[in-house]
Ligand binder design. Sequence first.
Ligand code: THU
Length: 139
Amino acid sequence: MASSITAQELEALSSKANAAKEAAYCPYSKFRVGAALLTQSGEFITGANVENASYPVGTCAERVAFGTAVVAGHRQFKAIAVATDIKPPASPCGMCRQFMSEFTSRSFPVYMYDKDMNCNVITMGELLPNSFGPEDFER
Ligand code: THU
């Protein structure tokens, strides 16, 4: 079960993720992805996919959002929203699941929006069960 954020926060998060699609640089796939991250302190930080002529070098929207937040000093997060133009909504790729798990708990909610802003929500624990994380260095 996802931990809760307010309806107002979710409204802002989803519209920022949708708007962030406009910033995508995706000339190769033409597949726009927008992400918006809500920090524990209540700030919204966005990301979009940034592709590259050397295809594997491109970066997903989720990792852009988390990377931007982390370098701005944020380490704790309430939720992420990811918006794409497909239906039903896309869920984060495997590399993004691992990247996000570094900074999130199992109950961290991932809201996924399709092109009409229909929503699916899933937790990090569901997206990446039995994950390897920072706590494994303490054992
Ligand atoms: N992409 C994301 O930004 N996030 C995901 O979770 C899945 C895929 C991007 C990467 C690439 O620019 C495009 O979508 C097609 O794979």
